[in-house]
Design a protein around this ligand. Structure first.
Ligand SMILES: *[C@@H]1O[C@H](CO)[C@@H](O)[C@H](O)[C@H]1NC(C)=O
Ligand SMILES: *[C@@H]1O[C@H](CO)[C@@H](O)[C@H](O)[C@H]1NC(C)=O
Ligand SMILES: *[C@@H]1O[C@H](CO)[C@@H](O)[C@H](O)[C@H]1NC(C)=O
Ligand SMILES: *[C@@H]1O[C@H](CO)[C@@H](O)[C@H](O)[C@H]1NC(C)=O
Length: 319
């Protein structure tokens, strides 16, 4: 505690010079291994993105006025339909530490590919800045020189479904799950049976059987801890619903977008931090068996419906 107070004082004193160093710190996140419910304040950058009063996606706070989310979450460009919630615990409340904002600008990546979900990244500007608290703070973003080797342990968070057929109860808190990064070579091989999916350099995969993201988690973070800071590696994008063996979830690879993000938020205080992996990346020597019959035989009936998107949630909202 004393150390934290010192750190706060140091940060206040040196804010002008070292302002970037305050991203990715979650004073209330003390856990080492994961449960299911995230204690309040564990993920202070987690945003709940609402479209016409319903949660449809996650997002992350990256400065006091910008939120990062997935491009596929931006189903309409009418600004007034969006509300962003910060410091939220459950979708039913009460949410003691919550603050909400409307949106003044939405920027979808110009090369976002709606069919293949490549460059699945978007930014939302808040109508006015939020003040940081222990429950509302920005995450660090992985810089362009970051490396996430296979097996790097990270966490995904969201209010999405618990399983293909299991909606998260409204009074349930934000969910968290610890999952390993899966290298792009292995992930591309895993997705061969899904003809509509193509794993690109702008994507990063993570997940294991029964652990991963699902519908409603889209736009939220894949985040990995380095030292005392949490660094966002990915933005939840798509998968085979949900957390099936052999199909890791796919995220937009944040480190690929440092230049784009920096240009869009011009002047905003967004913290980019380089995530480094040690040793060698076992994915670099991964060899894909060309026919990958394992995945196609086991899961063929499940395939073809793989975007965690809002599509299903949207059906519910619009009915
Ligand atoms: C999406 O990517 C695919 C494969 O690269 C390409 O064939 C298609 O034209 C792209 N679509 C758009 C809308 O860019
Ligand atoms: C990558 O990591 C996963 C999860 O830790 C592991 O199951 C898999 O064998 C690894 N793949 C390679 C090629 O090392
Ligand atoms: C999910 O629901 C569908 C249709 O109701 C059913 O066919 C399927 O077996 C269910 N899957 C699981 C994993 O319960
Ligand atoms: C695919 O691989 C499996 C075993 O890995 C093998 O039994 C099968 O004959 C192969 N099929 C083709 C078309 O190569």
């Amino acid at each position: 505690m004393a150390a934290w107070i010192l750190l706060v004082c140091a940060l206040i004193t040196l804010q002008a010079v070292y302002a970037l160093s305050d991203c990715g710190v979650a004073p209330l996140n003390t856990r080492i291994v994961g449960g299911q419910n995230a204690p309040a304040g564990s993920w202070p950058w987690q945003v709940s993105v609402h479209y016409q009063s319903s949660h449809i996606c996650g997002g992350t706070l990256i400065s006091d006025q910008w939120v990062l989310t997935a491009a596929h979450c931006i189903i309409k460009n009418s600004l007034s339909a969006w509300t962003l919630y910060f410091g939220r615990e459950t979708q039913a409340g009460p949410n003691t530490h919550e603050v909400k904002r409307s949106v003044s600008q939405v920027i979808v990546h110009p090369n976002y590919n709606n069919s293949y979900l490549n460059n699945d990244i978007a930014l939302m500007k808040l109508s006015s800045p939020v003040s940081f608290t222990d429950y509302i703070r920005p995450i660090c973003l992985a810089s362009s020189s970051s490396q996430f080797y296979n097996s790097t342990s990270c966490w995904a968070t969201g209010w999405g479904k618990l399983g293909k057929n299991e909606t998260l109860p409204a009074n349930a808190p934000l969910q968290e799950v610890q999952i390993p990064v899966i290298g792009n070579k292995q992930c591309s091989c895993d997705y061969i049976p899904e003809k509509d999916a193509k794993i690109t350099q702008q994507m990063i995969c993570a997940g294991q059987q029964n652990k991963g993201a699902c519908q409603g988690d889209s736009g939220g973070p894949l985040q990995c801890k380095q030292g005392s800071k949490w660094i966002q590696a990915g933005i939840t994008s798509f998968g085979v619903p949900c957390a099936l063996a052999g199909f890791p979830e796919v995220y937009a690879r944040v480190s690929e977008f440092q230049t784009w993000i920096t240009n869009q938020v011009a002047g905003a205080n967004v913290g980019f931090v380089t995530f480094t992996s040690s040793g060698t990346d076992t994915d670099s020597s991964f060899v894909c068996r060309s026919n990958n019959s394992g995945n196609s035989a086991k899961f063929a009936p499940e395939l073809g419906f793989f975007i965690f998107s809002v599509k299903m949630l949207l059906d519910r909202i619009l009915v």
